[in-house]
Design a protein around this ligand. Structure first.
Ligand code: NAG
Length: 341
């Protein structure tokens, strides 16, 4: 008899605890949108993820630890109270010459006969992130200089993140390169959130009539609202009533647009878009949509606009396009032509 009673007691305890737990989950599910609405900084942080520094134990002053024996680290100051950490990787053919050289040597080498790529990374992590480093190696082995930096608020760069600040940092880095690179072409490469910085930058460069040699967008989106809506984080709220008001309006209210779809209409330089079909972070259809907006744009009428999809079976997802054995040929064809123009 006693055993029977206590069994019921235990079962009752289990069900009531389960009910409490489910109520808690439902309560949390409903509370989060209100929390986000009241405190837009949460959404801003989710867009930038600059505090997520993974991998945590990289010494950004020592690019050689990442297998980059021909890279120097230095700092630029786009504005008072803002400092950005920069890596300059030289073309791999020069790696032996680079041993033991100082910053002045690296700067001088920018004017010798190699094109330069300014790389604008995506959210989270730093310029030392592995998929980024692997891409620098590919580009460097093809004979490009790669300049990569952390926007204010990322890595060891000082300042607080904002879309206009990131764009300004990119403009500052571009001008720094241009002042040293002579007649060598300078290309802009944006990845993920960095594509938003890249089109902001190139739009500005075109407006002041100093367009880059080309713009390359890897895994781009159309604008931050459409991206946030498709992001895996949003999936569980996609059908929540007032989703846009709760989750997207706070982003817009914080001044974050990253309007690639609008910017491409004001860009006049060759444009290459790379996107993997199995990208789980920025869906493939957003990259395709951006291409469909860019291709007929009047500003791009006289320029090559190309879209390269990567089949889902290749498994390149959001950040592994650098693994494609075809990437070299794609870039050579695309940039080779622009260099001749
Ligand atoms: C230095 O880097 C270059 C280019 O990535 C590579 O070919 C070379 O083997 C590296 N040398 C050493 C000693 O690690």
């Amino acid at each position: 008899m006693r055993g029977y009673c206590s069994r019921i007691g235990r079962r009752y305890g289990f069900w009531s605890r389960l009910r409490m737990f489910l109520l808690f989950i439902v309560g949390l599910y409903i509370a989060i949108p209100f929390l986000v609405k009241i405190c837009p900084a949460i959404q801003t942080q989710l867009v930038f993820l600059n505090l997520v520094r993974f991998p945590y134990f990289i010494d950004l002053k020592r690019p050689e630890d990442q297998g980059l024996n021909h890279t120097c680290n230095f700092y630029l100051q786009p504005e008072e109270d803002v400092s950005i950490g920069v890596w300059h990787t030289i073309p791999a053919v020069l790696w032996k010459e680079a041993q033991g050289k100082h910053l002045e040597w690296y700067e001088e080498v920018l004017s010798t006969n190699y094109p330069v790529i300014l790389y604008l990374h995506g959210n989270a992590g730093t310029r030392g992130g592995d998929h980024r480093v692997q891409l620098y190696k590919v580009l460097s082995s093809m004979g490009y200089h790669v300049i990569s930096f952390d926007y204010r608020g990322w890595g060891d760069s000082v300042g607080s993140p904002s879309e206009s600040g990131m764009t300004y940092d990119a403009l500052h880095a571009f001008d720094w390169i241009k002042a040293r690179s002579g007649d060598n072409p300078v290309y802009i490469w944006g990845h993920s959130l960095g594509t938003g910085v890249a089109t902001n930058l190139v739009r500005r460069l075109c407006e002041r009539e100093t367009p880059p040699g080309a713009l390359i967008l890897e895994s781009p989106f159309t604008n931050i609202r459409e991206e946030a809506k498709s992001h895996p984080f949003s999936v569980i709220y996609r059908y929540f009533p007032g989703f846009d008001w709760f989750f997207l309006d706070p982003i817009t209210a914080s001044g974050i647009k990253f309007a690639n779809d609008d910017n491409v209409k004001y860009i006049s330089c060759p444009l290459l878009i790379l996107h993997a079909e199995d990208d789980p972070v920025i869906p493939f259809h957003l990259g395709k949509k951006l291409y469909n907006i860019a291709a007929p744009a009047r500003s791009l009428r006289d320029f090559k606009v190309q879209f390269i999809p990567f089949h889902k079976d290749l498994g390149y997802r959001h950040k592994y396009i650098y693994r494609s054995p075809e990437l070299r040929q794609i870039l050579r064809d695309f940039l080779g032509n622009t260099e001749q123009q």
